[in-house]
Design a protein around this ligand. Structure first.
Ligand SMILES: C[S@@+](CC[C@H](N)C(=O)[O-])C[C@H]1O[C@@H](n2cnc3c(N)ncnc32)[C@H](O)[C@@H]1O
Ligand code: SF4
Ligand code: SF4
Length: 418
């Protein structure tokens, strides 16, 4: 397969007014904390990296992609750029790429990462014909890196200061080297933070050029509320242009980056239109793989009015059907006793063989996966049974209020507040 398809509006500036890209926001978590980044999900009015109006599951992302591609033939590239890091969410990212390849064998796929956890996946990415890769590198010197990265989480440990920066930088450099060895087109983003790394960017450009990188994107920092660098004054256009002129001796320079949202759609510069935002919201509530031929849904409830029990806590589930007269409770079914690992969920799948979904206020990864393999979708939701069940019978769900994920939107270290 051709490893260098054209028509990437970021890598090939000459096509940027004809061809567009879509970012699929399937990667919410991050494994580092950059002191300029604040990943807030739900703001429609802010157009900056790290923002998305919804997060999609891979299966939802494919349905959404199909609809966008049907309506916008300018889109030739699909990418994952957060809102966190694609390889802090490797399962979701790779599943999304696999589904894209099954459905759209010729579409150009790109991905943007901080480079910390890419190495284990490079071979698979190459096999999936992911062709364009962006690595963000803001320093070569760990002392400077320590001013930019609050923490780095790697192999379940947290590293801070120069130790964290050193680990990250080493892996970023090795990532660029191996990506090139596997034939990717590699762009390096470097965020210019005045007073912190303005003298470092040239070192980054020169090192990654030695490793074979193709393209360099020096991006002025976007001062973002809630971050350590929220008050930093970005470099002037004149300074950025002057720096890019100097950097040309190492690599071709990208000068048309529009610092996109994690859910951007269309030509560069087109953030997220109201219609696209609506579509994204709609698909983020769709339930893929719902077996409509199964008549019932099961509900975990304490009292039979609200969905308010975790699946693992429910000693019994109430079974509902949709009838001409509205929602009707058919019966109650006892669930298998706790313990027994996957066996417990396989038994539950048998008990719920005529159900298309089970609604609970929460569920672990194991029941989700086991039940879904048996054709029963586990849906985390909350609220009045009649309302949420109605939505599920129509193929959509009402999400439970988002739970706080440590380190995701605060500046914490991902280890808890205690
Ligand atoms: C949100 S990140 C997601 C992908 C990945 N985590 C990464 O860092 O490359 C996408 C790009 O946005 C950049 N970015 C995030 N916050 C920024 C800010 N406040 N100003 C400028 N660029 C920013 C990142 O450095 C990265 O190059
Ligand atoms: S790597 Fe940095 S810029 Fe990218 S999402 Fe994580 S914190 Fe934000
Ligand atoms: S942020 Fe820059 S490099 Fe990334 S998609 Fe937008 S224009 Fe392209």
């Amino acid at each position: 397969m051709n490893r260098f398809p054209t028509h990437h509006p970021c890598f090939d500036p000459e096509v940027r007014h004809q061809f567009g890209r879509i970012h699929l926001p399937v990667a919410p978590k991050c494994n580092i904390q950059c002191n300029f980044c604040n990943r807030k999900y739900d703001c429609l009015n802010e157009s900056r990296p790290g923002v998305t109006s919804a997060v999609l599951q891979p299966e939802q992302a494919i349905l959404y992609l199909e609809e966008v591609l049907r309506n916008d033939p300018r889109i030739t590239v699909v990418g994952v750029a957060g809102p966190g890091d694609p390889f802090a969410n490797p399962k979701e990212t790779l599943k999304t790429f696999r589904l894209i390849r099954e459905r759209f064998p010729r579409l150009t796929i790109c991905v943007a990462s901080n480079g910390l956890n890419v190495l284990p996946y490079i071979q698979e990415l190459a096999e999936l014909n992911v062709t364009h890769f962006t690595v963000t590198m803001n320093a070569i010197d760990p002392e400077i890196g320590a001013k930019i990265y609050a923490w780095v989480r790697y192999a379940k440990s947290i590293y801070r200061g120069t130790a964290g920066a050193e680990l990250l930088i080493e892996r970023q450099l090795e990532t660029v080297r191996q990506l090139k060895a596997h034939g990717f087109r590699v762009k390096v983003n470097s965020i210019l933070i005045p007073g912190v790394n303005e003298n470092e960017i040239e070192r980054v450009a020169s090192r990654v050029a030695e490793l074979g990188a193709d393209y360099f994107n020096c991006i002025p920092v976007y001062p973002t509320a809630g971050t350590i660098f929220e008050k930093v004054i970005p470099a002037s256009d004149e300074t950025v242009n002057g720096l890019r002129e100097r950097l040309k001796q190492y690599l071709p320079q990208m000068a048309h980056c529009t610092r996109c949202r994690a859910d951007a759609v269309g030509l560069l510069g087109e953030g997220l239109s109201d219609e696209s935002a609506q579509l994204l919201a709609e698909y983020s509530r769709k339930i893929p793989g719902l077996k409509q031929d199964r008549p019932y849904i099961a509900v975990a409830s304490r009292e039979g009015f609200l969905v308010n029990l975790h699946l693992g806590e429910a000693e019994s589930l109430q079974i509902f059907a949709q009838t001409a007269q509205g929602l009707k409770m058919i019966e109650t079914r006892t669930t298998p006793a706790p313990g027994g690992g996957k066996e417990r969920w396989l038994k539950l799948a048998q008990i719920l063989g005529d159900c298309r979904a089970v609604l609970a206020s929460g569920a672990g990864e194991s029941p989700r996966q086991t039940l879904s393999e048996q054709g029963i979708q586990v849906i985390e939701t909350a609220g009045i049974i009649e309302q949420v069940s109605e939505a599920v019978f129509h193929g959509t769900f009402i999400p439970a209020p988002r739970r706080f994920v440590c380190g995701e939107s605060c500046r914490g270290d991902g280890l808890g507040c205690g």
